[in-house]
Design a binder for this molecule. Structure first.
Ligand code: CA
Length: 666
């Protein structure tokens, strides 16, 4: 009997103990300066922090400042908070919407993390109650009012138990990770050039993952920065700013591949789906771009205020798991050292950057690496000459010659893949801003190394709508924008690579899941995972009914925006299929040519072409579409020695018949 009873009694005792310890927590009221509404000045007598803890609904705390203002308690010792109760100033319940409760152990709240966000207006004259699911103990707790609300809290209660607690369970605002940043003295981040010191905490994995560091933060971006400073509506300027983060220590943020100090928070203010960049990145992966920027959807809190949904993302820079090219020092001034690596951005805004030049054919080049304070004159001269040399070859009469024309200095496949991703997404900005790298080595070519910036893509720009209404490629049409003379540059490459474009496109369509079904399913999966966060985001920034940036419509709901993008994707595949000449594969056999005699087989260390007639030619490609070898097929049996691996084998007949197969050679 005792064996059964003892655990039962133990359970009763522990639950009694717990409830006995859960009590209203008392402490010293703390908060930012109060306002006297009658005079509009700072007050030390009315609307004080203590007024939020006096059991009187008619008195309230109100702050003098309109931003980053708060009221709370110094509990004296650490407590694990289990429950919060709150009530708004009478008549002003809406001012507490998106207010955030935080706990901290530093008196300046630099280490504060959220424990609750208010998602709907609380009823006045009663206490609203919420449980708190955060196991860390805090000495300091506070309520931070949303921007421009002056807090306006009539009553606050914190319930909990004394103790250190632990980090086994922290709080996320939604299912997405939350990035929490506090700046020194809650200084606002309003500059793109001056960093502000601060602290970052990231809570992920449903509250079980925690990362923290010190950092520097500043603004970033061009178009996205401007729109975040000029979106005025309803008497308010809506500063959903894009940020650059520089951690004190290298880290793999949210398990992204690069271990690095430099990250960016993309605001996606003009993109009401909030996911256009990530959908384009998925296309980049399906085209097997060597590098695709990593990005994660997150909620962001800055100095206790909810800032909305952002994309935490790689900064495009030279580094492991980013643009992987040879790093340079300022002593690398002779060949071969001086030949690379370089990272440039063909950039319409290049002339506002510290190191830039204009190429022979009028393209503005922003030199990103080596960095402006590291690059030497010899390096800059080499880079400028190399780029100009590429243009010379591109504009020469022999430009299509594979050994002397542009293909000898430009990575054609990477250029065409970048082009196709731009065309698929219908990105106005593909050649407004184009990243290229040039690695070390006299034979190393300029390479499109990273796709970037798709907030105006996927039919989100009135200047290019309707994208599918053009007969020509978007990048070559007169509707799209381009830095300098890039449109001419692109035209000469693209118009001389019709066959290769077709091969790369068909390869992605047939072998890499680059299909309407897969891409639409990807959109749906992102829309599902972002759902809670987009609701909060559009409470914070109620723009679903107004046009932002280059929007030519406002569809009024998040789902309508997503559905519109999916419709565009479906129609764009149809347009591209027709334009490029999509040839679907059926069971690995080219459907246009099923009558062609012969078989493509794999042998040990060999590809065997059996039963083809005279006059056929074969081409063997790697899985990423690189042509390895080509020759005439020996009629009867033709054995081709290759190393083990996967290959794409194409055989074409003298009448234009084709057969294509993917196979594994052991
Ligand atoms: Ca009160």
């Amino acid at each position: 009997m005792q064996r059964i009873l003892l655990p039962f009694i133990g359970l009763m005792l522990s639950s009694l103990t717990a409830s006995a310890q859960l009590r209203i927590l008392s402490g010293t009221p703390i908060g930012s300066p109060s306002v006297d509404y009658s005079s509009g000045s700072v007050s030390t007598t009315v609307n004080q922090p203590a007024d939020a803890f006096d059991n009187d609904y008619s008195t309230f705390y109100a702050s003098y400042n309109r931003s980053y203002t708060w009221v709370g308690l110094d509990l004296g010792t650490k407590h694990v908070i289990k429950r919060i109760m709150y009530s708004p100033r009478k008549g002003w319940g809406n001012r507490m919407v998106l207010g955030i409760f935080e706990g901290a152990n530093q008196p300046d709240f630099s280490d504060a993390i959220p424990i609750h966000i208010i998602k709907k207006a609380p009823t006045e004259g009663v206490m609203s109650t919420t449980p708190v699911n955060c196991s860390r103990g805090f000495r300091y707790v506070r309520y931070v009012g949303p921007e421009d609300a002056r807090c306006n809290v009539s009553e606050l209660r914190f319930y909990g138990t004394e103790g250190e607690g632990d980090d086994s369970q922290l709080y996320q605002l939604t299912n997405l990770p939350v990035v929490v940043i506090h700046t020194q003295d809650a200084k606002q981040v309003t500059s793109r050039s001056t960093y502000v010191d601060g602290w970052i905490s990231v809570i992920s994995e449903d509250g079980r993952g925690f990362f923290t560091d010190t950092l520097q933060i500043r603004g970033r971006g061009n178009g996205s920065w401007e729109v975040s400073n000029n979106l005025a509506y309803g008497g308010t300027i809506w500063h959903k700013r894009p940020y650059r983060l520089k951690l004190a220590h290298k880290a793999r943020m949210l398990d992204m591949p690069a271990k690095d100090k430099n990250w960016v928070l993309i605001n996606n203010l003009g993109d009401k789906t909030l996911i256009r960049n990530l959908v384009a990145f998925e296309a980049s992966r399906r085209f097997d771009m060597k590098y695709t920027p990593a990005g994660r959807l997150v909620d962001v809190i800055l100095n206790g205020e909810y800032q909305g949904n952002y994309q935490l993302c790689d900064k495009i820079e030279v580094g492991t798991n980013r643009v992987e090219i040879t790093k340079m020092t300022n002593t690398d001034n002779r060949s071969p050292e001086v030949t690379g690596g370089y990272l440039i951005e063909i950039d319409a805004y290049a002339n506002s950057e510290p190191v830039h030049f204009t190429s022979t054919y009028g393209n503005p080049i922003n030199v990103k690496y080596p960095k402006h304070d590291d690059i030497t004159t010899s390096q800059l001269n080499y880079l400028r000459n190399a780029f100009n040399n590429m243009e010379t070859k591109l504009y020469a009469s022999y430009y299509t010659n594979p050994t002397t024309g542009y293909a000898s200095v430009l990575d054609v496949d990477a250029f065409l893949k970048n082009f196709l991703i731009g065309e698929f997404s219908g990105n106005t900005d593909t050649y407004w801003s184009t990243y290229m790298s040039k690695d070390r080595g006299t034979n190393e070519k300029f390479t499109c190394c990273a796709v970037w910036d798709f907030d105006l893509a996927f039919e989100n720009d009135g200047r290019t709508y309707p994208i599918n209404g053009n007969s020509n490629y978007m990048s070559l049409s007169n509707k799209s924008s381009a830095a300098g003379n890039m449109k001419s540059f692109v035209g000469r490459v693209v118009n001389s690579q019709t066959e290769r474009i077709k091969e790369l496109y068909n390869y992605a369509r047939n072998y890499r899941g680059f299909t309407p079904e897969v891409m639409e399913a990807y959109v749906d999966s992102l829309a599902k995972v972002i759902n809670q966060s987009q609701e909060l985001n559009f409470m914070r920034w109620p723009i679903l009914n107004i046009r932002v940036q280059q929007n030519f419509q406002a569809l009024g709901s998040y789902q309508a925006e997503v559905d519109f993008m999916k419709k565009y994707i479906r129609e764009r595949f149809a347009w591209l299929d027709n334009k490029i000449g999509y040839e679907p594969m059926i069971d690995g056999i080219h459907n246009a040519m099923t009558q062609m005699a012969g078989s493509i087989l794999s042998g040990e260390g060999q590809i065997q072409l059996v039963g083809f007639t005279a006059g056929c030619r074969y081409q063997i490609f790697t899985l990423d579409g690189k042509l390895l070898m080509q020759n005439e097929v020996t009629p009867g049996t033709c054995d081709i020695d290759v190393r083990p691996g996967f290959y794409i084998v194409k055989v074409s007949g003298s009448q234009g018949q084709k057969r294509q197969q993917k196979l594994l050679v052991k």
